[in-house]
Write a protein that binds this ligand. Sequence first.
Ligand code: GUN
Length: 283
Amino acid sequence: MSAHILSGKEVAGRLQQEMKLQVEELKRKGIIPGLAVIIAGNNPASRLYVKKKSEASQKLGIYSRVIELPDDTSKEQLISVVDMLNEDDAIDGILVQLPLPQHIDEREIIQCISPDKDVDGFHPLNIGRLSTGQDTFIPCTPLGILKLLQEYHITMEGKHVVIVGRSNIVGKPAGQLLLNEHATVTYCHSKTRQLAHYTKQADILISAVGQSRLIKANMVKENAVVIDVGNSFDESGKLSGDVDFERVKEIASFITPVPNGVGPMTISMLLYNTLKAAKKRAH
Ligand code: GUN
């Protein structure tokens, strides 16, 4: 039997309708939630993501400011923009789109964002809070995966979650988050030997690598839940996930498509974190 589709698009649409009401509620209290997105350089994928983030926030009634900087922006210029936004009362959330131009150390910039406005959840203080199970801003893609699983009543407690990919943006924080949900977590990455040995043991398999059709049907356990965070282009130039969707869907119990799976959830969680930051102004 073919797997149930985990429709991020559908769930994200529902969540955004709920959040729109929350924005209206905040506005009645005189608070207009504000999100600033900084992009440096001309990476076409990054520009598209930033456009989507800005459009989605405006649709909810969130004040959106996009700051575009040239590729040769200096570290000092970028830090001064972040500092200005840290001090700006109209801005609740600050996001610096990654990757940054090569001459800038991303870690140095992320550390300059006020942890109270760090809606990406990338600041070391917030990562520490996540890893110790405290309330914090949780990185948007892992949080989107959690919400998607919860919406479809997929429990995590005691399940074996195998994560392929160990990036700071997705893989690592996804493991921390699901560990907090009482899953047993295994990390795999580019140096893992016999990847299939691990993936075949997963009750919930999350792939966040960016390699088209890396995960084949013979690497997946019967009735597993398969979450595909990949976004790459296959040999024919078509957008593709990490998972061989057509074959794996015949084995899995639930599966996310690409597009319209995890992607829309990531954007929704950015809006969720921005509202979380704005709500603190109400207290
Ligand atoms: N680049 C790719 N994904 C992300 C993300 O979630 N946040 C930021 N800031 N940059 C990214």
